[in-house]
Design a protein around this ligand. Sequence first.
Ligand code: NAD
Length: 458
Amino acid sequence: MTTLAVHNPATGAKITDLPADNAVSVAARAAAARAAQPAWAATPLATRKACITQFRAGVVRDLEQLAATMTRETGKPIKMSRNELNGLLGRIDFFLEEIELSVATETVYDEGGMTEQIQHTPLGVVANISAWNYPWFVGCNVIIPALLTGNAVLYKPSEYAAMTGLEIARLLHEAGVPRDVMACLIGTGEVGTALLAQQIDGVFFTGSVATGRKIAQAVSGKFIKLQLELGGKDPTYVADDADPKAAAESLADGAMYNTGQSCCSVERIYVHEAIHDAFVQHFVDTVKGFAAGDPMSDGTYIGAITRAPQLDVLDAQVADAKARGATLLAGGARGAGPGNWYQPTVFSNVNHTMELMKEESFGPIIGIQKVSGDAEAVQLMNDTHYGLTAGVYTRDEARAQRILEKVNAGSVYWNCCDRVSPRLPWSGVGDSGVGLTLSTYGIDTFTRPKAWHLRQAG
Ligand code: NAD
């Protein structure tokens, strides 16, 4: 039997060997999903909603255990695991509140015996290939609306969050979602590749740009719905009228929360020269106050780096920044093992020749660059091939509006950062991806609008 070894990134110790999928089992699960989907789509919406309500109750009931599982396999600090699960409840509530209106058939014309309607039919069988950094969020952003709209889901959690993936499936099955309608496929990228070879009606992917490209190529001839939620190099500008202390505290959290392993982590900071030095001082003070350590401990803020290879990326960015003249103000090296650890790292005197300011770090490191004003800040914020989020800190709302209108990003923030709302669409431009999740658009995306032309017999 094929197995997947799961390790604790905070200690390096093996947690378990999970039974894994292979090309044959993936094909069987896909065929079963295809066979089961029509009956699920024909199940009354009230029954599908009841299943998701029951799933929500299961999350609440098992929250401590689910948080501990996520922390053990990803190294996420336990408080942040609890935050993610509690945040998930609000997302589920949003989907449950909106689903009826979203799938209701719309009559758009009704005159002279002619009626025109739009029906929201499920896509069919959808693949959800997912990342590990917020496994409940990114998994359920797809799974919940896809199931509510009548799709079957073939879910491939990340190999770094596979135990969490199995927990999501377990709770859905316990809540009444048929096993063949919601399948969890365990394995590495090879299982993802096998999944893409099946007859599927949509691919919803969260992960890196490199894998996103492979997925786009793999399904290019299938003419199916493709959504890619990819990385970012998210910038924030702190204007001269901002409170340097408040902005620094907020942005240090935005850069280092989840040990910097968020798609919408603040990854570049531009600060007006008038308040640059004060901001940097407060930022470094805040970062130095972050407690690193056992992710299972309530007091821990900086946890482990989930994927060991990312340590090499962080080392390379640090070495490149130093070589190009950046000033190291905190950290700058791996933490002591065993396990995967990196010190919270802050650089000033950075510029766009440095990898640190160009490519996603996905770790607890940040560059702070001095700018002369709004125009330079906007030019630098847009100097990227990504476009997930961008923000500005200023007391002046009109100024924020002017700046954010010019910024190319899926989400923009005024005096806040690293924030996702179930009510707003989550999307990126450029290499940050195509398509979206969340909001009512993130429900519609799992349906196909079918046009009905109905003429009464004369
Ligand atoms: P990854 O690309 O390494 O893996 C993502 C998933 O793809 C995993 O399940 C993996 O097994 C699978 N996979 C790998 N190769 C494959 C292949 N050839 N075919 C099919 N599937 C394959 O990404 P990751 O390390 O899990 O996630 C980190 C990345 O995700 C970061 O870049 C982060 O910014 C991004 N992310 C984006 C969002 C967003 O909403 N935009 C949210 C979370 C994470």
